[in-house]
Ligand binder design. Structure first.
Ligand SMILES: Cc1ncc(COP(=O)(O)O)c(C=O)c1O
Length: 463
């Protein structure tokens, strides 16, 4: 395969020509893969093949039910294979997304447990712990890296008390990859388990939970299918079967029980006990197909392509006039970082910048605080007064005005041409070379061009 076009024929819709503000069309460039990835062609094909056979799973005795049940059950095995989990002692649970998976672990931990997490987390790996437990946040260095000394200090000071260490495999703001196996060793040393939120890591790097008896073993791993080229409403939690069997299920109902009488309930084993209600069978099949494709393509090749492209993007971004790139920019080989780069351009609001990129450049990016407010605020280095203003602005609903940043995030199919389009647009924006006059909006975008109809309105209407 031509290296420049790595994976481009395997991902659906990435060469779509879409309208710009001036009525012209351009190939859409998606640089928002950390939010959600487009589906793989193989995933779509598998679903097209599967759906005519789709039927109820578990207990249905018809041909389609038997087939659907087998596909659903085997999808668990494929996800276990993706992360190297030993299913004799670990279970894969399919849930809606990473957020639900982390909430499940939080609900299953005894109330009031001590959880150590970091200030770098997505809210989904922070708030679920705050809801039910005591939480300590390990800090971040001024360059935005995890402060390992602080983390070790927190673990040492609370040895024997910490139940769980919860860290992201890779940050959704800076892409920094955490040394999860060495953190696992430290957690196990003090009697804690580790949960790794792999929502951002899984599409880019091979994850290996390692054997259960290895000190560096990852106890819980959380995955999001919509960030792994299978956006059909599924996430997965991999964790020790015994842990889930300790109490009743966190969510009860159909599917979780063996027998129910008016005065008693006998719960199912795992994973059924952990997957209340009718499961999302197509979502699980899609996720498993995507996992198979990623394994077959090989994470070495994915990493090689993405790291080279991210280095290229970083090199070019550094030359853009008036740019501030957040986080450590000293290492540019992207060995311990996935392709996520946050920045701001001097003199232009981050929401406005992404609006112009979208409306006039056909480039999809994201701006704001990326559901990781403490980390973004740390990177922005706001003064206490600015922080108060930021909070007041958000609470008052004046979202477009609050501090934040722009984020680009690469996928395995991203190309130099994609990065070049972004650069061309940033130069144009710096030169004031755009047609719209943008006003604040409380719609999908925080800024919209005045007097222009949104070309996406009326496009692809189903109802
Ligand atoms: C690091 C990280 N964790 C968790 C989540 C939440 O993922 P989901 O949408 O699957 O709940 C995200 C989503 O952006 C994320 O980036």
């Amino acid at each position: 395969m031509n290296k420049a076009h790595f994976m481009r024929d395997r991902v659906l819709g990435i060469d779509r020509e879409l309208p710009l503000l001036d009525g012209s069309t351009v190939r859409y460039v998606n640089l928002d893969n950390a939010a959600s990835t487009p589906p793989l062609v193989d995933v779509m094909r598998a679903l097209e093949e599967f759906m005519p056979y789709y039927s109820s799973v578990h207990r249905g005795s018809g041909f389609k039910s038997r087939l659907s049940t087998r596909a659903y059950d085997e999808a668990h095995e494929v996800v276990a294979e993706l992360v190297g989990a030993d299913t004799r002692r670990n279970t894969v649970v399919f849930l809606r997304n990473s957020t639900e998976a982390i909430n499940k672990v939080s609900h299953c931990l005894p109330e009031g447990s001590l959880v150590v997490t970091t200030v770098m987390e997505h809210h989904s790996n922070d708030l679920p712990w705050r809801d039910h437990h005591r939480v300590i946040h390990a800090g971040s260095t001024p360059e935005g890296r995890l402060d390992m000394d602080h983390l070790e200090e927190v673990l040492g000071e609370n040895a024997g008390d910490v139940s769980l260490v919860a860290v992201a495999g890779a940050s959704n703001v800076t892409g920094f990859i955490q040394p999860v196996h060495s953190i696992a060793r430290s957690a196990h040393d003090i009697g804690a388990k580790i949960l790794v939120d792999c929502a951002q890591l899984a599409p880019h790097r091979r994850i290996d939970v390692l054997p259960d008896d290895d000190e560096a073993h990852l106890d819980f791993v959380v995955l999001s299918a919509h960030k792994m080229y299978a956006p059909f409403g599924t996430g997965a939690l991999v964790g020790p079967t015994d842990f889930f069997l300790e109490g009743g299920p966190d969510v009860s109902g159909g599917g979780t029980v063996k027998a129910v009488t008016l005065d008693g309930v006998h719960w199912q084993g795992m994973p059924k006990r952990g997957e209340a209600g009718s499961p999302n069978v197509p979502g699980a099949v899609a996720m498993a197909v995507a996992a198979k494709v990623l394994m077959e393509v090989g994470f070495d090749r994915i990493e090689e392509h993405e790291s080279a492209l991210a280095s290229y993007a970083m090199g070019r971004l550094k030359d853009v006039e008036g740019i501030t790139i957040y986080g450590d920019t000293s290492e540019t080989d992207f060995q311990d970082r996935v392709g996520v780069i946050p920045f701001n351009l001097e003199g232009i609001n981050h929401f406005l910048l992404t609006a112009i990129l979208g409306f006039e450049g056909g480039v999809g990016t994201r701006s704001g605080c990326f559901c990781a407010h403490p980390y973004v605020l740390h990177l922005l280095g706001l003064s206490p007064e600015q922080l108060e203003d930021w909070k007041a602005g958000l609470i008052a609903g004046d979202v477009p005005e609050v501090a934040g940043m722009v984020r680009i995030s690469l996928g395995c199919y991203s190309s130099r041409e994609d990065v070049d389009r972004l650069m061309e647009m940033l130069d144009r924006i710096n030169a004031g070379d755009y047609v719209g006059s943008y006003r604040k909006s409380d719609g999908i975008c925080m800024f919209v061009p005045d007097g222009f109809p949104d070309p996406a309105e009326g496009y692809l209407r189903f109802w």
